[in-house]
Design a protein around this ligand. Structure first.
Ligand SMILES: NC(=O)C1=CN([C@@H]2O[C@H](COP(=O)(O)OP(=O)(O)OC[C@H]3O[C@@H](n4cnc5c(N)ncnc54)[C@H](OP(=O)(O)O)[C@@H]3O)[C@@H](O)[C@H]2O)C=CC1
Ligand SMILES: CC(=O)C(=O)O
Ligand SMILES: [Mg+2]
Length: 423
C-alpha cells in the first residue's frame, strides 16, 4: 500500500469515533415506565423465565441473533502471531461483515490464553451467551484441537472461519475456475502452498468435492509434504504423498491450479510460467498475496487469477461464506454446522456466479459488465442475493441432516437484512 492508502486506513479506523462497530438499543427507554420494564423491576420476569427454561433466552434476549467472534491473535490474516489485542481490528471487521451482509449482531473477544486448553476453557465458560461462535485467526495445529473440543462441549454452532469459511469459498471458486479453464476437479493437479488452518481445510473440502488426494501437493515452510518426512503433525500427514518433488519450483511445474494460503510474495513469475495451460491461481494470503495479480497476468495472460482482496477481480475470501452460513444456522437454531451445510453453501455460491449480475453490484464496483468467465468466477460480497441463496441452502441442509432445532423458516427466502427477524 502507498503511504497515502496506509494513512487513509488508519484515519478510517480512528475517525469520527474509534473503531467500526457500536451497540444500539432495540426498545424504547425514554420514560420511567420504559425503564421499569427494561431494568428493575421488569427485567426480573425474563430472568425467571430463562431460569426455568434456558430456551427462553432466545425469546427474551438477543442470543438468537448474536455471534461471538473469538481469537487469540495467533494467525492474524497473513501477518502472523501478533497477539490478541492486535487482532481486534480484524475481529471488529468480521463483526461489520456479519451485520452489513447478514444482519447478525456480534461481539469480538480477544483471549490471552497460555495454552489451547486455557483458550477452550475460557470460551466454553461463556458459550451459552451466544447463538453461535465464530473462531478466527487461530493458528494451526492448535486451531484443530480447539475447534473440536468446543464443538463437543457447546450446543451452539462453533465454526473456525479460516478453516471452513475459506474452504467453502475456495471450493466454489475452484469448481468454477476449472470449468472456465476447460478442466475438472477430479483430474486437476493442485499445488497448495501452506499447510495450516486454511490450507488443510481447503484441501479436505476439495477432496470431498471430487479432487484426488494423489493429485494434491501441499507445502509448508520446509517444502513439499511427502511420505518420507518424519516431522509432520497428524493434519499435515493426511496430505503426505509419495513424490521426489521437494520445492515449490518442483511441484508447480505443469500444475493446473495453485492455492496460496501461506505468506506474501512466495510465488514468482517463473513459477506461474511453468504451470499448465489456463492456470488457476488463487493467491489468497491477506493482505498481500503470494503473487501480485498484475505480475501474474504479465507472466501468464491465460491465468485465471483470484486473491483475498476487494480491490481486484475474483475475491476468494471467507466474507462470501461466514455471514450467510451463520444466518442459515441461527435461523433454524442448528446445534452445529455440519458437512452437509458446508457443501450446500459451496453449491449455492458456485451456482450464483453463473447468473446475470444485478446493476447494484456493477455500480458498487464501477463496472459496465460482469459476466461468468475468467474475471468473474465468484459473486462479489455486495451481492444481496448471497443472503437469500446461501442462508436458504444452509438452513435447508441443516433441516434435512437433522441438526436443526426449528423448522425451515417461514420468512425465507431473505431479500434484505431488514427481513431477518421475520414479519
Ligand atoms: N482469502 C481468505 O479468505 C483467507 C486467507 N487466509 C490466508 O491464509 C494464510 C494462512 O492462514 P492460516 O491458515 O489461518 O494460518 P496458519 O498459521 O494456520 O498457517 C500458515 C501456514 O502457512 C505456511 N507458511 C508460512 N510461510 C510459509 C512459507 N514461506 N513457505 C511455505 N509455507 C509457509 C505455514 O507453514 P508451517 O506449517 O511450516 O509453519 C503454515 O502451514 C494467511 O495469509 C491468511 O491471510 C486465511 C483464511 C482466509
Ligand atoms: C480473510 C481471513 O479470514 C484471513 O485472511 O485470515
Ligand atoms: Mg481469518
Amino acid at each position: 500500500m502507498t503511504d497515502a492508502k496506509k494513512q487513509a486506513a488508519l484515519d478510517y479506523h480512528a475517525n469520527p469515533i474509534p473503531g467500526k462497530l457500536s451497540v444500539e438499543l432495540t426498545k424504547p427507554t425514554a420514560t420511567a415506565r420504559d425503564l421499569s420494564l427494561a431494568y428493575s423491576p421488569g427485567v426480573a420476569e425474563p430472568v425467571r423465565e430463562i431460569a426455568s427454561d434456558p430456551e427462553n433466552a432466545y425469546l427474551y434476549t438477543g442470543k438468537g441473533n448474536l455471534v461471538a467472534v473469538i481469537s487469540d491473535g495467533s494467525a492474524i490474516l497473513g501477518l502472523g502471531n501478533l497477539g490478541p489485542l492486535a487482532s481486534k481490528p480484524v475481529m471488529e471487521g468480521k463483526g461489520v461483515l456479519f451485520k452489513r451482509f447478514a444482519g447478525i449482531n456480534s461481539v469480538d473477544i480477544e483471549v490471552n490464553a497460555e495454552s489451547p486448553q486455557a483458550f477452550i476453557d475460557t470460551v466454553a465458560r461463556i458459550a451459552d451467551t451466544w447463538g453461535g461462535i465464530n473462531l478466527e485467526d487461530i493458528k494451526a495445529p492448535e486451531c484443530f484441537e480447539i475447534e473440536q473440543a468446543l464443538i463437543e462441549q457447546c450446543s451452539i454452532p462453533v465454526f473456525h472461519d479460516d478453516q471452513h469459511g475459506t474452504a467453502i469459498v475456495t471450493a466454489a471458486g475452484m469448481l468454477n475456475a476449472l470449468d472456465i479453464a476447460g478442466k475438472s476437479l477430479d483430474s486437476a493437479r493442485i499445488v497448495c502452498l501452506g499447510a495450516g488452518a486454511a490450507a488443510i481445510a481447503c484441501m479436505k473440502l476439495l477432496v470431498s468435492c471430487g479432487a484426488r488426494p494423489e493429485n494434491i501437493v501441499m507445502l509448508d515452510r520446509k517444502g513439499v509434504i511427502h511420505s518420507g518426512r518424519e516431522d509432520l503433525n497428524q493434519y499435515k500427514a493426511m496430505f503426505a504423498v509419495e513424490t521426489d518433488k521437494r520445492t515449490l519450483t518442483d511441484a508447480i511445474e505443469g500444475a493446473d491450479a495453485f492455492v496460496g494460503l501461506s505468506g506474501p510474495g512466495l510465488m514468482s513469475a517463473d513459477h506461474i510460467r511453468s504451470m499448465a495451460a489456463n492456470p488457476v491461481v488463487f493467491a489468497c494470503t491477506n493482505p498481500d498475496p503470494e503473487i501480485h495479480p498484475d505480475l501474474a497476468r504479465e507472466a501468464r495472460p491465460d491465468v485465471i487469477m483470484a486473491t483475498g482482496r476487494s480491490d481486484y477481480p475474483n475475491q476468494v475470501n471467507n466474507v462470501l461464506g461466514f455471514p450467510f452460513i451463520f444466518r442459515g444456522a441461527l435461523d433454524v437454531r442448528a446445534t452445529r454446522i455440519n458437512e452437509e451445510m458446508k457443501v450446500a453453501a459451496v453449491h449455492a455460491l458456485k451456482d450464483l456466479a453463473r447468473e446475470p449480475v444485478p446493476k447494484e453490484v456493477l455500480e458498487a464496483y464501477e463496472m459496465d459488465e460482469m459476466r461468468f468467465g475468467p474475471e468473474y468466477i465468484i459473486p462479489t460480497p455486495v451481492d444481496i442475493r448471497l443472503l437469500e441463496r446461501i442462508s436458504s441452502a444452509v438452513a435447508q441442509a441443516a433441516v434435512d441432516s437433522g441438526v436443526a432445532r426449528k423448522p425451515y423458516p417461514s420468512h425465507y427466502p431473505l431479500k434484505t437484512v431488514d427481513d431477518v427477524y421475520g414479519g
